[in-house]
Design a protein around this ligand. Structure first.
Ligand SMILES: *Cc1c(COP(=O)(O)O)cnc(C)c1O
Length: 417
């Protein structure tokens, strides 16, 4: 059973003040989970979780993660500006971009953040548009399939990211010749993994690769970045990852591979987004229409422009109709938004209790890659974001867009005089 982090009475109070749709985040859940992550990797002196800003780019939430000891992983110019504004400094920021524009690299160098290069050709590009720093990381793509035992988890050979194995060796030598003193490696090989094995298997691969790089180049990396990909159970029947088991699995690989070759000072980094925030954010919407044609439809005041994962990937997001948790789930509905797009459905053929107009919907696990992927199609406006604070108070951490925001990039003056 997935349980909302608010009850109906609490939510009704919030809705009396803030109109739906809106995103609601749970500060206490965020903090408790972040502390578990720190505890799981406490065995590693240099451990740092660089929260993937793209997952939930809200400064108030970034501030909470900063307070919990996280860094920030940025992938663009504006994400760098945001992380800098919140107070992440220099090596608290990882810049893991790809197809990087010159001005992004210039800003990354100006802020003196740790750059994680996506490609061999970016070495010369970075030197031309800015300069080569003392510390650098390179993103590794081993190609082929990424497997855990006999399960193919993902297909790195088909992914646009990273250096090949040969390029990693050549890149390290080239960077060393250009004066780099401190090296790291990074790899992201599978997304939304719901198994405690992903990080340990990835870690072992990277640890062995670090040993190989040392043999080939004489360079001992100082940090290894396991990146993102640790998933969450979107479906109620899935079993959640246990971060303590994951941390222990990485430790075991560390002890077996790195410690025997004298690399026990290597720092472990992560760049989790989904695992840090997805369960601690929900999209709250109101049922505003019901429709009885060839199927039964419930229409919400939110749409795919607020949460596009179901429309884009066919993703499952669990839904609680507030106050009807215990009622029989004996109605089958498509739950839709109002875009002129038939894929604008939060759920298809979902068994729910009988819905009445005005019912509040709690769409679970939307705290990462939710609001952030929003868009303005059909002139739909982005919603507000609210924070349910640890003390029970609610703080608006982003106001809803207005028509003025939607028109802000146009010069409409000639239509108005
Ligand atoms: C998206 C991304 C992440 C975060 O991924 P999650 O699946 O949200 O953990 C981390 N690092 C990089 C480079 C990414 O692109």
């Amino acid at each position: 059973m997935k349980k909302p982090f608010v009850n109906k009475e609490q939510l009704e109070k919030i809705v009396a003040e803030y109109a739906t749709p809106f995103y609601l985040y749970d500060e206490q859940g965020i903090r408790e989970n972040a502390r578990k992550v720190m505890a799981a990797f406490a065995w590693n002196k240099g451990f740092k979780e660089y929260f993937a800003v793209k997952a939930t780019p809200n400064p108030r939430l970034l501030e909470i993660l900063l307070e919990e000891g996280c860094g920030a992983d940025c992938s663009s110019y504006t994400e760098l500006l945001l992380a800098d504004a919140v107070g992440f400094k220099e090596s608290d920021i990882m810049f893991s971009s790809n197809v990087t524009p010159a001005e992004d690299f210039r800003l990354a160098r100006k802020l003196n953040v740790t750059i994680n290069l996506d490609d061999f050709t970016h070495i010369d590009f970075l030197e031309q548009v800015a300069d080569i720093p003392d510390t650098i990381s390179c993103r590794y793509n081993p190609g082929g399939h990424f497997q855990i035992e006999n399960n193919i988890m993902d297909n790195p050979g088909d992914a646009k990211y990273g250096f090949t194995k040969e390029q990693m060796v050549a890149g390290f030598k080239k960077l060393q010749a250009k004066g780099v003193k401190h090296f790291g490696i990074h790899s992201f090989l599978a997304s939304n993994t719901v198994t405690n094995e992903y990080y340990p298997v990835l870690a072992r691969t990277l640890f062995e690769f670090a040993v190989y790089l040392k043999q080939e180049t004489g360079i001992a990396v100082e940090f290894i970045n396991l990146s993102g990909g640790v998933g969450i159970p979107y479906r109620p029947e899935q079993e959640a990852n246990d971060i303590m088991v994951i941390g222990e699995g990485v430790r075991k690989a560390f002890e077996e591979v790195l410690v025997p070759v004298g690399m026990e000072n290597v720092a472990i980094f992560s760049e989790m987004g989904r695992f840090m925030l997805a369960p601690y954010g929900a999209l709250i919407a109101t049922a505003i229409h019901e429709k009885h044609i060839y199927k039964e439809y419930i229409g919400l005041d939110a749409c795919a422009a607020n949460l596009m994962r179901p429309a884009m990937y066919g993703s499952y997001h669990h839904i609680t109709v507030m106050g009807k948790e215990e009622a029989p789930h004996d109605c089958i509905y498509d739950i839709t938004g109002g875009l002129c797009e038939n894929n604008d459905k939060f759920a298809i053929d979902r068994a729910l209790p009988k819905v009445d107009m005005g019912d509040l919907f709690f769409i679970h696990d939307a705290g990462a890659h939710g609001f952030a992927m929003g868009y303005n199609y059909n002139g739909k406006l982005r919603s507000a974001e609210l924070l349910l604070k640890s003390d029970g108070q609610v703080e608006m951490i982003r106001r809803a867009e207005t028509p003025q925001d939607y028109f802000a990039t146009l010069d409409c003056t000639k239509y108005f005089d």
